[in-house]
Write a protein that binds this ligand. Structure first.
Ligand SMILES: [Zn+2]
Length: 94
């Protein structure tokens, strides 16, 4: 008997947390759907948290991949792979 109440409380708590988490990101509609799923299937919260913890790793490294060099003649920002300035055609020596 205690087990059923435990899962119900856990499900409600997880549903509130998931809804609030999506509400903060202006995704109220999605939060409402996910909260409803969690309310009926508390195990869904585990999948949600697992998915959430994996997602933010994609963003931080974005501008570090492309090194850039400034043209000494005109100051144009060029891709480091280029040997000639894209703006004034000046030879880029490193
Ligand atoms: Zn240039």
């Amino acid at each position: 008997m205690i087990g059923i109440y435990f899962w119900k409380i856990l499900g409600i708590g997880a549903a509130v947390y998931i809804f609030y988490d999506n509400y903060k990101k202006n995704r109220t509609g999605l939060g409402l759907i996910l909260a409803a799923i969690t309310l009926f299937f508390p195990f869904f919260a585990i999948f949600y948290l697992n998915f959430k913890s994996k997602k933010p790793l994609k963003n931080p490294k974005k501008n570090t991949e492309l090194p850039q060099s400034f043209c000494p003649k005109c100051g144009h920002t060029n891709n480091k792979n280029l040997s000639i300035c894209g703006s004034c055609k000046n030879m880029l020596t490193l």
